[in-house]
Design a protein around this ligand. Structure first.
Ligand code: BGC
Length: 449
């Protein structure tokens, strides 16, 4: 045995991972070093990745953040634009109006590094332009929370110099027993191991960061998939077991964020192919409304976020055949059907809708397929000109190019959806960079970049 191990050692040591390949993580037995020009960066306990040494990864650059080109449908009115942070009364109307959206150095670096690795000049130029489009930052581990202070500070400075106040867009995403009906995004906290207390501490840390920057407006999407799982997946043991904790944690999150006075929250509401089925609309509206009223109807809870990290159109040209049986075949139909139910249950019926990767339709074998869908393209740019009064903004919630989940069947977070025929493969762990997928998003962008 010893002889064998020694004999194999030189071969293992000399193997080097290509750029964007895996180089470490729980159970990983392949190369742990990278080719010249790439560095092995730890993403999470499950995954390390060879990232281009000149960008991406956890090393933040000092690039000056750029202002987004989000169009506003009406000129900012003084009442909304000048509402200072720290106020206990929310601004009237759409919280996006009159604000620019901050773009993080983190995503800019990911995109720039990706563009460096594209040879075709036209595709490279299109790829680079993605760095000017705002997306949300996912706080998927407590260790990332200090970055929020960095972004808020930069956004504050940018707002002061431009004269236009800034929004920082965040996703609160660290529930204990997270992603209870799937595997790809299982998180760091466990209910059995102090999860609720850990989560409260995570929220407290976010609150502490935001408190220091009352002049910056924060838009927060609260816990993708969590409440939707409580509507439809209580037959999954992990979800049934998580029900009370999810409700307590989401309640804590919205109450604490509400008290800050500059954070507008949208609870995640799945998508048309999930809660949009007619039988699910009523129970969903009830759950959102019950949680909201029992939390004291926090006035900065603005509404719901739909299609987060999914692939549905806001307005489909025609129903994708896979939606058959559901009259709510796109997000606009889902929203139109859900809004009156929310209103009558006492929940504010405003929405933001992720269209970041919805540019190409009719590419899935089944509506429930959510993992790195092959042939997806970047979609409608973020805008407040949504054409639907209940929809405050079209947003890009999932940073395009970051994976939905690994296709490696031996990973502890392998989910079968990521191994299906319509899932792009080989795919790295959720949240890490997926270069081939990004290039396709760029080339298939609709409208084109
Ligand atoms: C992952 C997160 C990641 C997010 C954005 C989720 O699916 O679980 O780790 O931050 O996507 O890419």
């Amino acid at each position: 045995m010893i002889f064998l191990a020694l004999a194999l050692l030189p071969a293992l040591v000399s193997a080097q991972g290509a750029v964007y390949s895996q180089c470490g993580g729980q159970g990983w037995t392949g190369a742990t070093t990278c080719v010249a020009g790439a560095t092995c960066v730890v993403s999470n306990p499950y995954y390390s990745q060879c990232l281009p040494s000149t960008g991406g990864g956890t090393t933040t650059t000092s690039t000056v953040a750029t202002t987004s080109t989000v169009a506003t449908s009406t000129p900012p009115s003084t009442s909304t634009a000048s509402a200072p942070g720290g106020s206990q009364t929310p601004a009237v109307g759409n919280p996006y109006e009159g604000y620019d959206i901050y773009i993080t150095d983190y995503y800019t670096a990911e995109v720039n590094a990706a563009a460096d690795n594209i040879t075709d000049a036209t595709t490279k130029a299109a790829a680079l332009s993605v760095a000017n489009i705002p997306s949300f930052t996912w706080f998927d581990t407590v260790s990332k929370v200090p970055d929020l202070g960095t972004y808020l500070s930069a956004a504050s400075a940018q707002g002061n110099s431009s004269g236009t106040p800034m929004i920082v867009q965040i996703i609160v995403y660290d529930l204990p027993d997270r992603d209870c009906a799937a595997a790809a995004s299982n998180g760091e906290f466990s209910i059995a191991d102090n999860g609720q207390a850990n989560y409260f501490d995570y929220i407290d840390q976010i609150v502490a960061q935001i408190k220091a920057f009352p002049d910056v407006r924060v838009v927060a999407i609260i816990e993708p998939d969590s409440l939707a799982n409580l509507v439809t997946n209580l037959s999954v043991e992990k979800c049934a077991n998580a029900q009370t904790t999810y409700l307590a944690c989401v309640t804590y999150a919205i109450q604490q964020l509400n008290a800050l006075g500059n954070v507008y929250s949208y609870l995640d509401a799945g998508h048309a192919g999930w809660l949009g089925w007619p039988a699910n609309l009523g129970p969903a509206a009830q759950l959102f409304a019950n949680l909201y009223t029992s939390a004291g109807s926090p006035s900065f809870v603005r509404g719901l976020a739909t299609n987060v990290a999914n692939y549905n159109a806001l307005t489909a040209a025609s129903p994708d055949p896979i939606t058959q049986g559901n009259p709510n075949y796109d997000e606009s139909h889902y929203i139109a059907a859900l809004a009156p139910e929310l209103t009558s249950a006492g929940f504010p019926a405003h929405f933001i809708v992720d269209q970041g990767r919805s540019g190409v339709q009719n590419i899935r074998a089944q509506w429930g397929d959510w993992c790195n869908v092959k042939g997806a393209g970047f979609g409608t740019r973020p805008t407040t000109s949504t054409g639907i009064s209940a929809v405050d903004a079209i947003v890009w919630a999932k940073p395009g190019g970051e994976s939905d989940g690994t296709s490696n069947t031996s990973s502890p977070r392998y989910d079968f959806h990521c191994g299906q025929a319509d899932a792009d493969q080989p795919a790295p762990e959720a949240g890490t960079w997926f270069q081939e997928f990004f290039t396709t998003l760029v080339t298939k962008a609709n409208p084109p970049l």
